[in-house]
Design a protein around this ligand. Structure first.
Ligand code: UT7
Length: 405
């Protein structure tokens, strides 16, 4: 048995401002990070529990609902990759914020299922969004990746190095599922969600805490395909590229560490449990979510859940849940929202956000038109750049042949 330990208190990466300090920081001229836009995208293919049974998985709708709360999941179709979902979610977040792609300073894509080992999925997203002035990187902290990325983005904004950071959580874990393996195949779905964080005079992200316990690395792992077990015929034959999980240990760790991480982020923000209007936990299992809510003394109305519709979408689960909570009117201006996650690594993270954006957001038609036009233009510019590089290559080859003669 692997014991999960964590000293969260020593791991603040960004200590929040207790309310009395907020004023001082404004006088210092430092800015805060607030949520300015949000968006989600899930693939159109919906697979119900019964359809999994029809596909030959040795399970039942009753077992899956009872043990996990999941009723269905969205899965990608052939040819659909992580960046395809990420771009759509990112575009929607930009639309809501009414921010142009060219004004983004940094794109962070939280994913453990990138399009390729390299380049980063974030670079592909940067090109497709036409974010010509943005840096781009991926963050792999599995299911905790989105909250980790919020913390990193907040640091960039508060230090004055960025004004607009697009944070996307996107995963296509279905690519690594061993479908006949019922202990994992019924749990996961594909999707993407995004937040645009923007510098502001008003506090937004109040606190964040991150943690990790690598002694539990083997509990949730895709063993093959990296440098430890490089891909070859043997690893493929062995199924080493499939996700392996010790469900019971992960279950125990999730309830323990999500409670502790949430408590730590709350203390750091200077708030009490009753100040939190909505908890958005990582959506892995209804029983885990309910247990975390109970341990934090929150009533069920304070805890958001949509695992029934999407399953566990890994780094995308929290932003997808947040987008749906907004759509359902469960997030109001000035609310305090807590995000808390747990996943492979082991890793965990929590953040408290003060919701400042007035809702709902109305975008006039000409703004939407301009944004659509901008996207078309960036697609054309990307094609032009590829062709220009190719032509340069041809010209250089000819000229070097000429000089060799
Ligand atoms: O983002 C983090 C990623 N993962 C998680 O958060 C997952 C955390 N773990 C869990 O959610 C739960 O442990 C599971 C849902 C994976 C499993 O639930 P459980 O109540 O812990 O079941 P179990 O593993 O203890 O298995 C109980 C029984 C076993 O049968 P026996 O040995 O008692 O005869 C399993 O073989 O249920 C069986 N079983 C299934 N039966 C029907 C396991 N999976 C299935 C299935 N359908 N899909």
């Amino acid at each position: 048995m692997v014991e999960i330990e964590g000293r969260i208190d020593s791991k603040w990466i960004h200590s929040a401002d207790p309310p009395q300090l907020i004023k001082e920081r404004q006088i210092d001229g430092k800015s805060f990070a607030r949520v300015a836009g949000w968006g989600m995208y899930v693939p159109s293919r919906v697979v119900s529990n019964d359809q999994l049974v029809q596909l030959g998985v040795d399970t039942s709708d009753e077992w899956i609902r009872e043990r996990t709360g999941i009723k269905q999941r969205h899965l990608v179709s052939q040819g659909e990759a992580t960046s395809d979902l990420a771009v759509k979610a990112g575009q929607r977040a930009l639309d809501v914020a009414n921010v142009r792609s060219r004004d983004i300073d940094l794109i962070i894509v939280a994913t453990c299922t990138p399009d390729h080992l390299l380049p980063s999925t974030a670079s592909i997203v940067q090109d497709r969004l036409g974010a010509v002035h943005a840096g781009a990187l991926d963050v792999n902290a599995a299911c905790s990746g989105f909250v980790y990325s919020i913390a990193l983005a907040t640091g960039q904004i508060e230090s004055g190095r960025a004004s607009n950071v697009l944070v996307i959580g996107a995963d296509v874990l279905s690519a690594y599922i061993d479908w006949p393996e019922r202990s994992t195949s019924v749990l996961f779905g594909d999707g993407a969600g995004a937040l645009l964080l923007q510098s502001s005079d008003e506090p937004g992200v109040l606190s964040a805490t991150l943690g990790s316990d690598g002694s539990g690395a083997g509990l949730l792992i895709i063993p093959g395909g990296g440098t430890r077990l490089p891909p070859n015929g043997h690893t493929l034959g062995n199924g080493d590229h499939h996700l392996k999980m010790n469900g019971r240990q992960i279950f125990r760790g999730a309830t323990q560490m999500m409670e502790r991480a949430a408590g730590a982020a709350l203390r750091s923000s200077g708030l009490k449990p009753e100040d939190i209007e909505l908890l958005i936990p990582h959506q892995a299992n209804q029983r885990i979510i309910e247990a975390v809510g109970r341990k934090l003394d929150l009533n069920p109305e304070q805890v958001f859940m949509n695992v029934d519709k999407y399953g566990n979408t890994v780094a995308a689960s929290i932003p997808i849940a947040l987008c749906e909570a907004i759509e359902q009117g469960r997030v109001k201006p000035e609310d305090h929202i807590m995000l808390v996650s747990f996943g492979a690594g082991l890793s965990w993270a929590a953040t408290v956000i003060r919701w400042g954006t007035p809702l709902p957001v109305h975008r006039p038609f000409y703004v939407r038109f301009k944004q659509r036009l901008g996207r078309r233009f960036s697609a054309i510019r990307s094609i032009w750049r590829r062709w220009r590089r190719r032509l340069r290559g041809i010209v250089e080859r000819f000229s070097s042949n000429g000089s060799a003669l």
